[in-house]
Write a protein that binds this ligand. Sequence first.
Ligand SMILES: Cc1cc2nc3c(=O)[nH]c(=O)nc-3n(C[C@H](O)[C@H](O)[C@H](O)COP(=O)(O)OP(=O)(O)OC[C@H]3O[C@@H](n4cnc5c(N)ncnc54)[C@H](O)[C@@H]3O)c2cc1C
Length: 508
Amino acid sequence: MGGREHVRVAVIGSGFGGLGAAVRLRREGITDFVVLERADSVGGTWRDNSYPGCACDVPSHLYSFSFAPNPDWPRTFSGQPAIRAYLEHVADTFGLRPHVRLNSEVRMMRWDADRLRWEIETAAGELTADVVVSATGPLSDPKMPEIPGLAAFPGKVFHSARWDHDYDLRGKRVAMIGTGASAIQIVPAIAPDVRRLTLFQRTPPWVMPRTDRAISGAERWLHRQLPFTRAARRGLLWGIRELQVSAFTKRPNQLGLIESLAKANMARSIKDPELLAKLTPSYRIGCKRILLSSEYYPALARPNVDLVASGLQEIRGNTLVAADGTETEADAIVFGTGFHVTDMPIADRVVGAEGRTLADHWKDGMQSLRGATAAGFPNWMTIIGPNTGLGNSSMILMIESQLNYMADYLRQLSVLGGPVALAARPSAVNRWNRQVQTRMERTVWNTGGCTSWYLDAQGRNTTVWPGTTGEFRKETRSVDLSEYEVIRLREDRPERVPAGAGNAEGAA
Ligand SMILES: Cc1cc2nc3c(=O)[nH]c(=O)nc-3n(C[C@H](O)[C@H](O)[C@H](O)COP(=O)(O)OP(=O)(O)OC[C@H]3O[C@@H](n4cnc5c(N)ncnc54)[C@H](O)[C@@H]3O)c2cc1C
């Protein structure tokens, strides 16, 4: 072991999840922790996604930490520079900088069952930790499709999450692949500048108008002087979204009205019946993430923008060939093809108590206990783990719930005392997932007639939370010790001790 550094908690990632965890640890009086970040600055999603038009699609006053309100959000849906600056500000204000280790990609971590600690290899050296909090993000590693001929494409190629700002798109023939949340922000932002923009669409998204506007000086003044106005605004934004949840999770038939509104939004800008037909989804609204934009359809109606209603199948030199045979010449290809979500890359780098990686453990689908812990991986938890995603509200609400769980987990370890670990019982994990999947059966994500990135290779929805954020808050308020085994070191050997009065095994 030599002189390897040891910390109580190693947090991985410095996006909203990792920085939020760091703030919470300090508030719990824990200062013996590090935040390991692979990049050279903090910010996660909001550092990596700097494409033209990048902005949040949940209003800023809700898409921010409750403990770090920002009366000065510039827009109702603020852009990436403002959100990134906010996260930098959080790192400064809460004294997180001394804990953050940049350029420290975690390459591997192994559970040392003899010492009840994690051995962590990073790009900057090795360390050990009692507890690992993995906040590597659900939308952090870009996914590039394997397209025959792509490697030989003579033009420029990049992913929306790794925008090449040195490449000038002005006057170029650009192909945009994909019609997800990033693509619909990029298309209107670049359409006026490029010579020709061809959008490759496998499935049309449902798009609702986005009521984005500058937040006036008077509003900001009011929010600064009278903080309850800011809190009321946040409360209202939250409440409206909570009320929408039951239509998504229990009564998808109620979504017909929203479909009519979305169709009216489309018809306002798209006058060509053929284009309108290509843009009209054939699945229930909400099945895929509902996208918000008031500029997308007007951009598609521009004379220099074409829609190919078919996926990109092959590239021959400069020519992009769609599955329906359409051929398009391009100078640059921008992939808006999403991220590795259901195959979380960090899972390949975590080796648990049984010597297996988390990826191997999850080979039939991700599952965790309360979105946080996994059987066989003691003292390891993830922020935004399986089934914690949202279709309609702010992920920061879910992150903060998970931080409550993390804080209680650490409290419980302290109360237990000594070298000790908590290991999620398989029966508790199974029970939680059965409940989640049973609730999932009625949701629009499973019944709406689409395939989406919410579903894994087996067609199981392992990403979305099938309830309100309030319900998740309640479920993660504290750690139920009966769902865990307590592992202690006795005479230099780890020994498993049944925890709590209740017996999760029996209840399963
Ligand atoms: C373009 C875009 C727009 C979005 N808009 C919204 C929105 O409006 N509302 C909403 O609720 N959600 C939105 N999201 C989802 C968003 O990802 C979450 O809201 C939130 O930012 C996730 O925070 P995170 O800290 O979990 O992950 P991230 O922000 O992705 O941070 C993860 C961090 O972990 C680091 N990391 C990863 N692997 C390693 C490793 N092996 N070693 C060390 N460091 C590592 C990464 O470099 C990164 O800094 C959006 C996502 C994208 C991509």
